[in-house]
Design a protein. Structure first.
Lengths: 340, 340
């Protein structure tokens, strides 16, 4: 049976959402896997006592330290070897768990994952992506901040790893890759982007990626490709900009609706119905439905979630971890990269 | 009197919108400036004949060639010396006009402006920005695609020029500058971003920019700073992503509303009122209200508009040109850069 270590101390609402999410996953899946909650017993145990965990394949592992959400990643990982983050990953390293899930400090999780699990053979740099909505589903953007100053070879590996993830874990038969640039023409962008374009064509010819050429910012929400490839200095602002849209527009929308109700142009009843519809519209922007994303390229499974993760998001992150293991994503990555 | 040359052949709806916009500007402003429409007489003259131009300070200058919207910029500028674009800028160069306005091929306009007008003294690279809405007004992002592979010194100059533009032309007393990065901490990002951060601190101490530190993608729509500074490879995707939001969300919104009407939860009447409000909400995303943006750093005034510019947008671009001249933006830029 697959065992998933869950960082009970990571995230803005830890350990509450983590405990609830883990219990939810086990109940919903009918104990399809085993979960080890990793964290401070004095904080986690009382919450576990509140839950009915009878018959659940749930264990607890005490880790006395906690890495804070805003601690410097490098320092925290070095100095807090007994943190839930490092200890949870260590469980994976020594084979007691098959995957680690956390909504904690992202920088620390990336650093600790790399340090404890190491890289898959031939991987130059691990990468993480994020989901963006499109009219018929989702687009994944890689890299969203794990890497800056990427060399063309790094970006090509991201494309290869992302393609495998989408193919096996997300059941996208032949995921297309677009290189995010300032124009669609091959001649656009920096020398690094031109070189990346050329290398991606080569990888396409070898059947390693389904390269669709350069794409532009407007193609992301249009869903022109399944994967959008860019350096983290581009992907990170894009992701955070995207995440800020619902809040910004909700403010504008409330104002507009308020005016209409005040001037009698819209019945209050309709305004309420509309308000809910407006929120529903943004469900597709919500990372909760996916929970988190794997750090692709490490020698193990480390699922990274948003600090604000709800119990539902934690539950879905656990499913993401299960997928990574069941679909043997890392084995497929190693295979494709070995054949360079 | 200020003379503004307007490219009658630039833009997706040229020369119709260009002619209408020019006439609109002169009528609305009461002939506050002179406009020279530059383009093919056989195309422009019939449209002028349709308008009542009696008493307007409007002239026409024949330019037999047209640079297409999708032509390669470098080639077009070299081979089409008799195009409305090159000829309009030449009018500025020889002093027959004080500014040039175009909704044509942006790449060609940047190249031709640089070639014909040259740079202001000490300017390393000209830059263009774009407006993004925020809850209380607008934020300008520089650079949005005129430059890639920017060195820290380039970015600092963009910040200086943008600050002067906002201060003098947009009446923003002490515009703040945020450096778009993958995190707020000084230690974040590439070496180039760290160095830019350092140089901006220096420029801040000298009173040349009001530097607010690193900002993140979510700070753009929040309006954390008046100016957002980044390389064109970051700014361009961000702009085009932003521009794609209204279309994407309108699709989603229509679906949601359609469902509510169909299930009887929302009266058709309310749906129509709401539809209009939804469109109104996106007015703040519309570049029409500004028309266009100046190419900052060239030795003259070249206002760049969107290909899809309406007559209203053209009119507003003409006002932008007038502002650049009246507020002596270039003189202020030269002054600040001279004092390095």
């Amino acid at each position: 049976m697959v065992t998933i270590a869950v960082d009970a101390m990571g995230g803005d609402y830890a350990p509450k959402n983590e405990v609830e999410g883990a219990v939810m996953a086990l109940k919903e899946s009918g104990n399809r896997f085993k979960i080890v909650l990793v964290g401070q017993s004095e904080k986690v145990q009382p919450l576990l006592d509140e839950q009915d965990t009878t018959g659940l394949s749930l264990e607890f592992f005490h880790a006395p330290e906690v890495i804070g959400m805003h601690e410097s990643a490098a320092t925290a990982v070095k100095t807090k070897q007994n943190s839930s983050m490092v200890q949870g990953l260590a469980l994976c390293k020594k084979g007691s768990a098959n995957a680690f899930v956390s909504a904690g400090n992202t920088g620390a999780q990336m650093a600790a994952s790399l340090l404890v699990l190491g890289r898959l053979e031939k991987v130059m740099r691990p990468t993480i992506g994020a989901y963006f909505p499109n009219p018929s589903g989702v687009t994944m953007v890689f890299d969203i901040g794990a890497n800056v100053d990427c060399k063309p070879e790094h970006l090509v590996q991201f494309a290869e790893m992302a393609s495998i993830y989408l193919k096996y874990a997300q059941k996208e038969a032949n995921p297309s890759v677009g290189l995010l640039n300032i124009g669609a023409e091959e001649s656009k962008g920096t020398d690094a982007l031109k070189q990346t374009h050329k290398l991606l064509r080569g990888a396409h010819e070898k059947g390693k990626v389904n390269f669709a050429g350069n794409i532009e910012g407007g193609d992301v929400l249009a869903g022109k490709t399944n994967i959008v490839l860019c350096d983290g200095v581009v992907g990170n602002p894009l992701l955070k900009f995207g995440e800020s849209i619902p809040h910004f527009l909700s403010g504008l929308f409330k104002q507009e609706i308020g005016k209409l109700v005040k001037t009698g142009k819209l019945p209050m009843e309709s305004a309420e119905v509309i308000g809910k519809a407006f929120k529903g519209m943004f469900a597709s922007f919500d990372d909760e439905q996916f929970g988190g994303v794997p750090l692709l390229g490490v020698n193990g499974v480390s699922i990274i979630g948003h600090g604000r993760s709800s119990a539902l998001a934690i539950k879905n992150m656990i499913y993401r971890a299960e997928e990574m293991i069941e679909k043997r994503v890392n084995e497929h990555i190693a295979e494709v990269l070995a054949d360079a």
